[in-house]
Write a protein that binds this ligand. Sequence first.
Ligand code: ATR
Length: 277
Amino acid sequence: MRNAAVTGHPIGHSKSPLIHGYWLKQHDIEGSYIAKDVPPETAESFYSSLAAHGFVGCNVTIPNKECAYNSAEKLDDAAEMIGAVNTLWLDDTGVLNGSNTDGPGFLGNMDQILPNWDNNGNKAVVLGAGGASRAIIWALLSREYTEVYIANRTMKKAEVLADHFGPNATAIKWDSLGKMLGQADFLVNTTSLGMTGQPELNIDLNNLSKSAVVTDIVYSPLQTRLLHDAAKRGNPTVDGLGMLLHQAVPGFEKWFGVRPEVTDELREMILREMGLT
Ligand code: ATR
C-alpha cells in the first residue's frame, strides 16, 4: 500500500484529496491520499523523514513550500527556478526529490483547452508577482513567449521577479497596463483579485487585440469578470480550474506509477464538490 498526502497548515480546504481519490478509484490502485496538517514548526523534520511517517511522497501547500524546497535533496528545473516545491517523492534509492508542478500544470491546462495557444505571438502580460506568478512566468518563458511584462500593485515585487528571470522579463507600472495591453498576445491574472470574497479586478481591455489569449488562475467563480469581459469581446479564454487539476498529475504518477488524465468527469466532480455548478 502506497500512501501520499497534501501537507500544509491549515489544510482543511484542500481539493487535492478529491482529485487523487478520484484517480486512485479510477485506476483501482491500492493506495491512499489524505490531508495532513503539518505546521511550519515541524515541517522540516516531517519532510526529511517522510518514509518513517509512512508516506512515499506528498504535496506541499501554504506555508511550507519554501521549507520543502530546502528539504528536498534533488530539485528539478522548475522547482529550482520557481524557488518553491509543491510535490515531493522518494525515488527508488530513497532520495527525496522536489518539483514545482504549478508551472507544468498551467501549461497542461492551456495545451488541453487551447492547443497552439502559445503560437500566437511573443508578448505576454502577467498581472501579479506572488508565488503563482513566478510559476507562470517560468512556464511562459519555457514556451514561445520571449517578452513577459509583469504588472503588480507593489511595483518592487514585480521588479524583483523581473530581475530573477532575466532580460526576457520586464516590470511595468500598473498605470501603464492599458497601453501595454495594446501589444499583448497573452494576458493572465495571477492575483487573487476577482476571487469570491475579494475585490474585483478592474482593468480596461479596450486596447487588447481580439486574438490575444486571456486566462485567470482564479477558479471561484469559474467565469471571472476578466474572463467574462474578454470572451464578450471575442478573445479566446481559458479558466483556472484546469491548472489545479493538471498540477496534480506529476505527483500521482511519481507516487502511484500511473499517469492520470484530467477528464471532463473529474472536472465536473470537482465543480460539484465546490458548489460551482
Ligand atoms: P500566490 O502564491 O497565490 O501568488 P501571493 O504570493 O500572496 O499569492 O500573491 C498575491 C498576489 O495578488 C500579489 O501579486 C498581490 O499584490 P501585492 O504584491 O501588491 O500584494 C496581489 N493582490 C492581492 N490582493 C490585491 C489587491 N487588493 N489589489 C491588487 N493586488 C492584489
